[in-house]
Write a protein that binds this ligand. Sequence first.
Ligand code: UTP
Length: 289
Amino acid sequence: MKIRKAVITAAGWGTRFLPATKSQPKEMLPLVDKPIIQYVIEEAVDSGIEHIIMVTALGKHAMENHFDRSFELEDVLKRKGDDKRLEEVQRISDIARICYVRQKEQLGLGHAVSMAKDLVGNEPFALFLPDDLIASEVPAMRQMIGVYDRYESSVIAVEPVPSEKTSAYGIINPKQIEERVFQVMDLIEKPSPEKAPSNLGIVGRYILMPDIFDMFDNVAPGAIGEIQLTDALRVLLKHQVIYAYQFEGIRYDTGEPLGFLKASIEYALKRPDLGPAFKQYLQQLDITD
Ligand code: UTP
């Protein structure tokens, strides 16, 4: 079955980015001049996805406004004769079919995904965690859909992580079945380096069979009352095969300031209109000590 729908979970508080996120969604922070959420939706669209389901929360209206029409702004740009920006503003509002569902209490990623159950229905879907941006020649989700098309079961994105950092990720116990593709034998949430079964950490791209929605009912909330996706995946693993795919590309964790800064610099350097001048500026900074 074709992957037509994407769920994007964007209801978290973003506490690692306070105070910037006190009154605005972290997903609207710009990399150069484009909000993070737009890069993510472009990846979904470039991967052939037609319908986006965004899980949002109180205070996240800026995202809905960003993808809506703004007739006043279009009128201003028309009167200025700024056709290029007008075209871009109109393109954003036509980018995809997007609908929004609210997560009323922030009870964890698993709980956020379960909010999309009725809108997804009984079909496999893509899941994007918008903190993770992946720069790649072929969109990361399109690469994953290629794996899904061959195995027709859930696929989760993984990347090798430094062994001292395993406690920041869900880590898989992998059985390699082809280049970059693994069967997931088990998954462990945030293990210490000694307990980690591999160095393959889960990152924010998944293709999930709709059966995942029933698994949330069998997951006990964790210490702070959150329902975790990893726990639901472990239950799913008892019933179905899950695959992991080591994508080609570079991932940035834009949900925390250092990752966001790295992404900002690298995306700016790649921009033909800004990159050369920005590079020159960086080169003349005295950052040797
Ligand atoms: P994070 O663990 O990054 O949490 O969530 P967060 O609240 O966004 O950020 P910090 O840790 O406080 O800085 C991972 C993903 O799950 C979503 C987030 O929006 C992010 O995409 N999420 C998390 C929800 O949608 N709802 C939740 O209740 C929790």
